[in-house]
Ligand binder design. Structure first.
Ligand code: ADP
Ligand code: MG
Length: 441
């Protein structure tokens, strides 16, 4: 645990709240024309089909869909038991005798069933993904009839916890089954560089990423919440399950975060390092003590020093050595829970002071011009090496620069304007936020 140098986070339910809400509903008019059910259901058609297929799934996206259907008062008829099936990391299928074959899931789900994703469907999906939403396709009888946009806000302490971990020189990764565009939007909000994202990852891909990092000699911790994270949690050197997640994830993990706070990941690793540091100090002290005192008590130094240690004092020294180790260990009681916010602030301040020192140093040499020539040399070296800058360690100044310079859009700021998003070949509905409903959840 103290030697963990890489932490891989799952996105949904780990870095985000895991309480997603359906925020957008897009119905493709071309695909639903002349459909009696579509005419009867009106604006609820897509949600109705999605809820019908998702009603038995325990996935957070499924729960968001079923809850939204409940909020609108839609009655979702039960289908025969064998009609439902779920594919981890892809979505669900419901083969209903009454409503036909309904699939709800991501692009991979549609493609694996041979369902074509047209240009306008892809545009609608992309439109949602650039705003950090998970776009879910809904198909009926092998034709995509609509798309749902589902949003999940990042946990309030996620960004500062990641920054604090990076302040400990820990390499931080985000691995998600979600689409790359959505993942990048969330990563930007968290101040995480793009080259530290693995997107569209099936459960097996998460394990492969952990193994790849381990093969590089890294000691890897995985933090996850879902069933789909369990194999990666088991593969990791340290598996950390988020307490509010699935029981299977908790079973596969070595450690469970009872409070569901990401700051505790940082705390646990920090405390482990402190304890191990103390053990090392104790060991060194005890070794020195014994190497010097035992020969002294045995009279080995007597011919040169003419000094000896009477046995009663030797016994006292023996006891004192144990006391000193115990007292040194007791100092850990003074350990104060560090706040990731403070560590994050300290990191920023250190970066700023380093920048101003660099500026002061370069001033007599011509200031920005020198700076510029250093930068252009660095770019030339980089090009000649054909190496992306992403290979720079995340705790380097470049990583921090990315955090400082990139705007951190709040999820509110990203909310869409309903009118401006209308496309000619699909209808677009934005679902208003309802505080009363929120309170019920
Ligand atoms: P994460 O790794 O972010 O926790 P998952 O592996 O659970 O995500 O899911 C990956 C993707 O698969 C989701 O973003 C979604 O597009 C799709 N998916 C998985 N389960 C469902 C479901 N029940 N309904 C709709 N889509 C799903
Ligand atoms: Mg998850």
């Amino acid at each position: 645990m103290p030697s963990v140098d890489t932490v891989v986070f799952d996105k949904t339910g780990t870095l985000t709240e895991g309480k997603p809400k359906v925020t957008d509903e897009i119905q493709f008019i071309g695909a639903t024309e002349g459909d009696a059910l579509a005419a009867r259901m009106g604006g609820d058609y897509i949600l109705f089909l999605a809820a019908l297929a998702e009603q038995h799934s325990g996935h957070p996206l499924a729960m968001a869909i079923v809850q939204e259907a409940g909020r609108r008062g839609l009655v979702i008829p039960m289908q025969p038991e064998g009609a439902y099936s779920e594919e981890l990391g892809r979505g669900v299928t419901c083969d209903s005798p009454e409503y036909g074959l309904i699939r709800v899931g991501n692009r991979a789900n549609m493609q694996s069933a041979g369902i074509d994703i047209g240009v306008s469907e892809d545009a609608a999906l992309n439109d949602l993904e650039v705003r950090g939403k998970t776009a879910v396709c809904v198909s009926r009888n092998h034709r995509i009839v609509g798309v749902l946009g589902i949003a999940d806000s990042v946990k309030p302490d996620a960004a500062e916890s990641l920054l604090a971990l990076r302040g400990m020189s820990i390499d931080v990764w985000m691995v998600t089954g979600d689409h790359r565009t959505t993942a990048e939007s969330v990563a930007e909000e968290l101040g995480l560089p793009r080259d530290r994202i693995v997107a569209s990852a099936m459960p097996g891909d998460k394990v492969a990423k952990v193994r790849e990092l381990q093969d590089l000699g890294r000691v890897v911790a995985v933090v996850g919440d879902g069933i789909n994270d369990s194999p990666a949690l088991a593969q990791a050197d340290l598996g950390i399950a988020v307490g509010a997640g699935s029981h299977i994830a908790a079973e596969a993990a070595d450690m469970v975060l009872i409070r569901n706070q990401l700051a505790d990941v940082y705390m646990a690793l920090h405390l482990a390092r402190m304890v191990f540091h103390r053990i090392k100090i104790n060991f060194i002290w005890a070794s020195i003590y014994n190497v010097v005192a035992i020969p002294f008590a045995a009279g080995i130094w007597y011919p040169w020093t003419h000094m000896f240690l009477p046995p009663q004092y030797a016994a006292l020294a023996m006891a004192l050595s144990s006391v000193s180790v115990v007292v040194s260990s007791m100092l850990l009681r003074l350990y104060k829970r560090p706040s990731p916010r403070d560590v994050a602030d300290r990191e920023e301040a250190a970066f700023r002071s380093m920048k101003s020192k660099k500026r002061a140093l370069l001033k007599p040499l011509g200031g920005n011009r020198v700076n510029e020539s250093i930068r252009s040399t660095a770019v030339a070296v980089k090009q000649s090496l054909q190496q992306p800058f992403g290979s720079v360690s995340p705790s380097s100044s470049l990583g921090r620069a990315a955090i400082q310079l990139s705007p951190m859009p709040g999820s509110k700021a990203q909310s869409n304007g309903p009118g401006s998003r209308k496309a000619p070949d699909y209808t677009y509905g934005e679902i208003p936020e309802n505080d009363e409903f929120d309170n019920l959840l």
